[in-house]
Write a protein that binds this ligand. Sequence first.
Ligand code: ASC
Length: 151
Amino acid sequence: MLSKKTRFLAAAALGLCMTSVVAEGTKPEDVVEYRKSVFRVIAWNFGPLVAMVKGEMDYDPAEFTLRAERMAALSSQPLEGFLPDTLVGDSEAKPEIWENWADFKAKMADLEEATSALAEASLSGDMKTIVPAFKATGGACKACHDDYKEE
Ligand code: ASC
């Protein structure tokens, strides 16, 4: 019987092949904190975009593009924080993530695509072009939350 720590390290090594580098000895709790932090920064940048689309904040094209580009850059980064055996602490991740890994990965890829398209659309400076891309981004967030986040 492998210890929980050995299983985590083995999973981390496997994750390393799949995604990216996790240092040996990284605690599962730190992995959870990492992925939650990336989502927090994504949401932080999405906030003003929501406000601008709703008309609660003046539309500032440069500010909109800056934040959409940040979201696009960040969207590739949570996936490496979903290592197996990291359903610990105050994680809101559902176990279904690891049972439906291919679908989860596809939904994360959808977020990357939607945020890149939003950054691109924002360059038009035209809300008629921006709003559909904005809705697609919100939809990509929601699609994943519906299936994979406890809330
Ligand atoms: C946000 C935020 C989310 C998404 C989601 C979209 O502003 O923090 O998690 O939008 O609510 O459906």
